[in-house]
Design a protein around this ligand. Structure first.
Ligand code: SAH
Ligand code: SF4
Ligand code: F3S
Length: 478
């Protein structure tokens, strides 16, 4: 039953009308109340923090119906894939995993398998699912999570797959239930969607136009988290610098950041900042508040001005360097601010000379961390229509050269912490070695150390005794 199919053309439309914030948009049909009692579910999440946060809402809704979370897909009655469309390999992973559930569905026909998130917003994905993944029961998008109870009911009653994906975003929906994945660190959405339209990027189509949450709604959520003892908040948006510009009473990220910093939350982070619109006012506030962590993710994407221009990134590399230098030294902290970035190699027709400029930028910035990608054409984006004379082999080889360089930077940057005392928020047992605990320092470095279980969720002082490219090792300072 196809109720609504996504259209990228529709999703490109941007109206100037203001978007309402609405409360309590969750509707639970009588027939599904308590339906999940004694039933198990699982949500498998891919992609960015926007998806992680959506999954927390999805879990909140599902648990309201009575379902309980499970780690074992074989015992589940409901399995949802919250997906990411940012690159082709992200999508292939999902298709692989969904394919592997076909057998389970055959042996357990009452199992509901659903797909949501950014892939659901793509016409091409929906067509592929309809032709090759008929064992899916439900597909819904990023704009109608609040309809999940009715959609599960429809999927249970229908004899065919239920597809309900809206191309155009509706209101900003407040007060969805939520089960937070972490008891000490919380994501807080400050805005949805993106209006930047970088030419390679699918997000403006899968997530819709930029919509800011109301200032007071964000602060109320923050104050609740502080009251509940949370140690860290990360403010989320695809481009947090543009926060508030779309509200009827325009606001700014600088104002919001300051208000959240004053809430008493021990640690405050935010992501992602676009280098465009990173105001001096924002920098002054980052400098002023000790609980705004000395770590900034500032995606650069490329080191060449012509490539940046065709990417529609709006800044020149000279602007980026200027901003980078201002940020790096804006706090009184003698360890400087940690800076990370995102870089795409192999954008259509990128020359070796242009790629060399990306390497030169890395030499200049000496990033603390960098997420590096081979350009992946996304259906419906402007760049997907560009001719491209660079082979995949050349792109992969450029990625390998870039990775060698950034890895050297990571190690070099980590060395500045050797023998220094840093503050670490302990997350729990290390994933790699259960004899160790791990957590993140203020500069967002993963630190492994020996510590008592009772310290989970606490911020402790640690002396750094060992340094690797991707982590630090340390000892508790009594
Ligand atoms: N809103 C954030 C980034 C969101 S996507 C920002 O603007 O910084 C995360 C990263 O994925 C991007 O920074 C970019 O480096 C990468 N990315 C996006 N689209 C891509 C594509 N088509 N191919 C390869 N990498 C891509
Ligand atoms: Fe994509 Fe650019 Fe928006 Fe980031 S700012 S989400 S890269 S369009
Ligand atoms: Fe992926 Fe959607 Fe985030 S495409 S990166 S999950 S906004």
């Amino acid at each position: 039953m196809i109720k609504n199919k996504p259209s990228l053309k529709e999703a490109q439309k941007r109206s100037a009308s203001l978007i309402n914030n609405i409360e309590d948009a969750l509707y639970i049909p009588e027939a599904i109340v308590n339906f999940g009692n004694n039933k198990k579910y699982m949500v498998i999440t891919y992609g960015c923090q926007a998806n992680e946060r959506d999954t927390e809402n999805i879990c909140g809704i599902i648990e309201l119906l009575g379902y309980q979370k499970s780690e074992d897909e074989n015992e589940c009655d409901l399995i949802l894939f919250n997906t990411c469309a940012i690159r082709e390999n992200a999508e292939q992973k999902v298709f692989g995993k969904i394919g592997s559930l076909k057998k389970l569905k055959q042996t357990k026909p009452e199992l509901i398998i659903g797909l949501c998130g950014c892939m659901a917003q793509e016409e091409s994905t929906i067509n592929k699912i309809l032709s090759s993944y008929q064992h899916l029961d439900l597909v819904f998008g990023t704009h109608n999570i609040n309809k999940l109870p009715s959609l599960i009911l429809e999927a249970l009653q229908a004899k065919e797959m239920v597809v309900d994906v809206l191309s155009i975003e509706g209101e900003v929906i407040e007060n969805l239930p939520s089960i937070r994945a972490n008891k000490n660190k919380a994501w807080v959405n400050i805005m949805y969607g993106c209006d930047k339209f970088c030419t390679y990027c699918i997000v403006p189509y899968t997530r819709g136009r930029q919509r800011s949450r109301l200032f007071d709604n964000i602060l109320n959520e923050v104050n609740e988290l502080v009251k509940d003892g949370y140690q860290e908040i990360t403010l989320l948006g695809q481009n947090v610098n543009a926060y508030g510009k779309d509200l009827s009473t325009p606001s700014s990220f600088a104002l919001l950041l300051e208000a959240v910093a004053q809430s008493g939350i021990p640690r405050l982070r935010f992501m992602t900042s676009h280098p465009w619109d990173f105001s001096d006012e924002m920098i002054a506030i980052i400098a002023r508040y000790d609980n705004i962590m000395p770590f900034i993710h500032l995606p650069v994407q490329a080191g060449d001005n012509d490539i940046l221009k065709i990417m529609n990134r709006l800044y020149k590399i000279e602007d980026y360097k200027l901003l980078f230098d201002k940020l790096k030294t804006c706090k009184k902290d003698d360890l400087g601010i940690s800076m990370s970035t995102d870089i795409i190699v192999g954008f259509p027709n990128e020359t070796e000379e242009q790629f060399q400029k990306t390497l030169a930028l890395v030499d200049y910035c000496q990033f603390d961390n960098a997420f590096t990608f081979v350009y992946s054409p996304r259906n419906g984006t402007p760049a997907a229509a560009f001719d491209d004379n660079v082979s995949l082999d050349v792109k992969k080889e450029r990625l390998a050269r870039l990775n060698n360089k950034v890895n050297d930077c990571f190690l070099k940057q980590n060395q500045r912490f050797l023998n220094k005392n840093v503050k670490v928020l302990i997350d729990g047992y290390s994933k790699k070695n259960k004899d160790y605990m791990s957590g993140y320092s203020e500069h967002n470095k993963l630190v492994n150390l020996k510590a008592a279980e009772s310290l989970i969720g606490k911020i402790v002082s640690v002396k750094i005794t060992g340094v690797k490219s991707f982590s630090l090792e340390g000892e508790l300072v009594e």
